[in-house]
Design a protein around this ligand. Structure first.
Ligand code: HEM
Ligand code: HEM
Length: 213
């Protein structure tokens, strides 16, 4: 009997998958609430996104192998090599996709932090707006509005890149983001996973810090 050339292995841990799909849902709610003028809800959801983004940043250092920045941030040399030969050193994000991942995480963080210092001029303020001058708070609000457009642009490029990858390379990356499992060449080594309990403890710690602010 012929041995199959490919095998299905676990590549994404539960915390990253929950983080991703929660982020998608909450980002949609943030845009909707802001444009509907539901600022109390906007501020509350924005705080949850801040918790998720800080968690993901920390998980990039202490989390499972494919979640770690060291696993997928490979610099210009890594991107060039990937574009030249298409060879991958990881079953996680490819070096080009990693650029997008880092850009999105940075913009989500900047967006959530700037929101904390913003006021809408109509009575709603982020919890830190009163701890800075009104000029700084206005600047933060201006910045918050601009980065919201940058965020929307990045989301559009991100989704198009995933669809393009599907059409061009005939690889559906969306299903693995739900199931955690991917088809990879046989003999690929299973990545290492951190415990979900560690993720839960990290989220709880970050949530306490954000609530205290
Ligand atoms: C608000 C919209 C979205 C945001 C902010 C977002 C953000 C992100 C981030 C930060 C990652 C990296 C995951 C990690 O390592 O933690 C990621 C990966 C991914 N996203 Fe999204 N995403 C969004 C919408 C979507 C949608 C609508 C889809 C499906 C079409 C999608 C499909 C994926 C896939 C498949 C990956 C994994 C890519 C890979 O295999 O390297 N995302 N996204
Ligand atoms: C990643 C998270 C966030 C996203 C994507 C987001 C998105 C948005 C968007 C799209 C707007 C409307 C911009 C416009 O008028 O064109 C807005 C306004 C605003 N947001 Fe957020 N927001 C986030 C987090 C937060 C947080 C955490 C707070 C405060 C707790 C906050 C407070 C505000 C305020 C005060 C405004 C009004 C700004 C103004 O009218 O000048 N946001 N946000």
């Amino acid at each position: 009997m012929k041995t199959p050339a490919r095998q299905k292995i676990r590549v994404w841990d539960l915390p990253v998958r929950l983080f991703h799909w929660a982020l998608v849902l909450l980002m949609a709610m943030l845009f909707l609430s802001a444009y509907a003028g539901q600022m109390q809800a906007h501020g509350a959801i924005g705080r949850v996104v801040l918790v998720l983004a800080v968690f993901r940043l920390l998980w990039g250092f202490i989390g499972s192998q494919t979640s770690r920045f060291s696993d997928f941030v490979k610099g210009l040399g890594g991107i060039r090599a990937y574009l030249a030969n298409g060879r991958l050193e990881t079953v996680g994000h490819n070096p080009l996709g990693a650029l997008m991942v880092v850009a999105m995480l940075v913009v989500v963080l900047v967006q959530a932090v700037s929101g904390m210092f913003s006021s809408d001029g109509l009575g709603f303020s982020g919890p830190l707006a009163r701890s800075v001058s009104s000029v700084t708070s206005d600047l933060a609000a201006g910045f918050h509005v601009i980065t919201a457009y940058v965020m929307a642009g990045l989301i559009a490029v991100h989704v198009m890149a995933i669809l393009w990858h599907w059409i061009r390379h005939r690889e559906n990356l969306i299903v693995p983001m739900f199931s955690g499992k991917k088809w990879v060449p046989r003999n690929t080594v299973q990545p290492l996973f951190a415990s979900s309990a560690l993720a839960l403890a990290t989220v709880a710690l970050v949530a306490v810090l954000v609530v205290v602010i």
